[in-house]
Design a protein around this ligand. Structure first.
Ligand code: GSH
Length: 411
């Protein structure tokens, strides 16, 4: 039988394996072509696949992105394909597990592992939150698998293909023995399914993680000694005739950028950049010690921040997007501010709150000028209140609340 079309991706991608396994179990096959995101993205590719992610699928009938849809396209070729479920209930359960594999496993394992692999920036609270969300999903799956060999019915279905392929990265890199012992059913299930010949064929032998990936802060490079500045000689030659109005060269230079008022404050021993590095590279309980050892309450101030319209918030991911939108408008404040804002609660009952540390004793122009500033209440924490607020401040920085669902750090 002729291949259905061509999948383009880097090779050994479990997302491609998902499509290949579904195809083989459905009696069809794909061509697979190596695709390098660094070299092969052309305007033509982007006009077909504007998201610019791989795998993608091309054929005379349809072009597709999203690996699950490519796999589904293969499975849908076979009439009454048992791997897609027989009854309405089975079909719905299969969809449930496809969504679970994407939303609860793939995206959270990605949030945990990619920064450790150097894809994207490592932000400890973000990685910690993704780790916790992954574990929550794994423990739920573990419970479900207590009395089951496969997810839906008594044989392999698309649900198993989706879930097992989404677990591959985690089992290879961060699901160490301790975690595997906490989710014995998931481990048994994963090793049972991946030892089946069709899974082995496309996923290869999977070595379970022995030493989990950990973040190693980049080594600080020694700065080369700054070259001594040699004062520029003043031109002795006649001035160029370029400026008709007689301005000389000095005057023609653009005016220096207006400084922030904050740059005129007396110097502070608390170095904001240094704090941000401490926070990013260490556990928060270590970083917070540095914070209080170095904080300068005269040069900086601490603010509790609450969204004013918490009772209007709906889905938690939308609340988190609001925080992202606020930060996006604080571009000029990075040098002077640090913040950690979190979403607490659940869908249709959640709040946005957090803390900011800012240069000076007022909310600076760089923050209050942002369009969304009016939606937030900034309440100053006076030095006399520090002792009383320390624990809460720490919890907001560490995202250490039981009801914390998500959040964003402003650095
Ligand atoms: N949900 C998509 C995710 C695709 C995806 O994230 N692909 C990665 C490679 S595995 C990618 O193309 N990343 C490039 C980027 O994010 O720009 C799927 O399952 O196909």
């Amino acid at each position: 039988m002729a291949p259905l079309g061509t999948i383009k991706s880097y090779l050994e991608n479990p997302r491609v394996a998902k499509a290949q396994i579904a195809a083989e179990l459905s009696g069809v096959e794909f061509n697979v072509e190596a695709f390098d995101l660094a070299k092969d993205v052309t305007p033509e590719f982007l006009s077909k696949f504007p998201l610019g992610k791989i795998p993608v699928f091309e054929s005379s009938e349809v072009d597709l992105f999203e690996a699950s849809s490519i796999a589904y396209y293969a499975a849908a070729q076979k009439e009454n394909n048992p791997i897609l479920g027989s009854t309405a209930a089975e079909k719905a359960q299969i969809l449930q597990w496809i969504l679970f594999s994407e939303n609860e496993i793939n995206s959270n394992v990605g949030g945990w592992v990619y920064p450790l692999l150097g894809y994207g920036m490592y932000l400890k609270p973000t990685v910690d939150a993704a780790t916790e969300k992954t574990k929550r999903a794994l423990l739920a799956l573990n419970k479900y698998l207590q009395s089951k060999t496969y997810l839906v019915g008594e044989a392999i279905t698309f649900a198993d293909i989706a879930v097992v392929t989404s677990l591959v990265l985690g089992f290879k890199t961060v699901f160490d023995k301790t975690l595997r012992d906490e989710m014995k059913n998931v481990t048994r299930y994963f090793t049972t399914v991946t030892s089946k010949s069709v899974f082995k064929k496309y996923l290869g032998e999977i070595a379970l993680c022995e030493t989990p990936l950990k973040f190693t802060p980049p080594k600080k490079e020694k700065k080369p000694a700054a070259p001594k500045e040699t004062p520029k000689k003043k031109e002795a030659a006649p001035k160029p005739a370029a400026s008709a109005d007689g301005d000389d060269e000095e005057e023609a230079k653009p005016a220096p950028k207006p400084k922030s008022k904050l740059d005129l404050l007396p110097p502070s021993k608390f170095i904001m950049d240094q704090w941000k590095r401490e926070y990013s590279n260490n556990d928060t309980n270590v970083a917070i010690k540095w914070f209080w050892d170095n904080f300068d309450p005269e040069g900086y101030s601490i603010w509790k921040v609450d969204y004013k319209y918490n009772d209007e918030l709906t889905l938690t991911f939308m609340s988190n997007n609001l925080i992202g939108g606020f930060y996006a408008r604080l571009e000029r404040a990075h040098k002077y501010a640090f913040g950690s804002m979190i979403v607490r609660g659940e869908n249709n009952k959640n709040t946005i709150s957090g803390y900011f540390v800012v240069r000076g004793q007022e909310v600076p122009f760089e923050i209050y000028d942002a369009a969304d500033y009016g939606s937030y209440n900034f309440q100053k924490i006076e030095p006399a209140q520090y002792e009383e607020k320390k624990d809460e401040f720490y919890k907001y920085l560490a995202w250490d609340f039981e009801d914390c669902v998500d959040g964003k750090v402003f650095k």
